[in-house]
Design a protein around this ligand. Sequence first.
Ligand code: AMP
Length: 363
Amino acid sequence: MSKINRQGILDILDGYDKEDITIATLGSHSSLHMFHGAKAEGFKTAIVCEEGREVPYKRFNVVDEYIMVDKFSDIVNDDVQQQLVDMNSIVFPHGSFVAYAGLDNIETIFNVPMFGNRDILRWEAERDLERKLMTESGIRIPKKINNPNEIDSTVMVKFPGARGGRGYFVANSTDEFNEKIDAMLKRNWIEEEDIKEAHIEEYVLGCNYCIHYFFSGLKDEVELMGIDSRYESTIDGLVRVPAKDQLDIGADPSYVITGNHPVVMRESLLPQVFDIGDKITETAKELVKPGFNGPFCMQTLVNDDLEVVVFEMSARSDGGTNTFMNGSAYSYLYHGEPLSMGRRMAMEIKNGIKEDRLEEIIT
Ligand code: AMP
């Protein structure tokens, strides 16, 4: 199927009443601060919501229009798209939107104007593309081990589709790698043919910081909007267990995200934070035009050499932005008022309308 026609999207945008724009998204993930922020900036809001999931949006009263669907993936249905376009909607993407709408559909059949670069979403989803972007930008990432026989220090092993950390494991030697692979085969967590897909990388012993950036296409500048740290089961539960019992009950820890907490970094690390943001956005401009646009997140571990090592990225609003519904220490410094990521996104749309440059930040 052919890719979404850019001119088609621009024509739809052209037909919109710019005085009556609606900010729309799927009711999940990080939509609360998107809706709240859009309303704070004077926009109408519309939710596409699965039956039974509407309670938070009603209780928090952040949504004007409800498009109720049987299942979230119905957001790509023609009638839902038409309703969105009829409301002059600009869609704000987030993790659940990408998961339920589906990357292929976003690239080929979802004909509603979206904030950001819809082409860059694939670059976070495919490990090879993600690694290419990170490698070419020259930021510090975990070293890759190409062959299990070369394991001579602690490594993290990841399988495709194991995102969210279920099925990740740590190994210290080739023997241990083989033992753990056998155990996974026995539990039917992986199939024989998955083994060659194992991605093996340096285990970075350090603290977790997920850095939320906003790239303003209008200002051509990266802003630091906040930093959160992940709360992951079972690994974070394990540290509450006495050491003598950890081996028995924690033999196969998982890294399933269950929540986030706000953090700040040592001030002396912030130059690295801005450097990472600047490098990755410059490289993205070359590799996947027009590059990052709006929110993105670099998931990092900081080791005791004070290196900020990036092990993962999100090319859209990250779930950790929920930590800052009322702004973070950093977004406060920038804007002098509590500002969520959602509100920053809405501000960009508002500025795009004011400067008559909306087409530069919409795909
Ligand atoms: P991910 O699914 O990539 O977000 O990873 C889930 C969790 O696995 C992370 O939050 C980290 O705690 C851990 N992790 C991932 N990659 C590494 C690595 N190279 N070294 C140490 N821990 C890692």
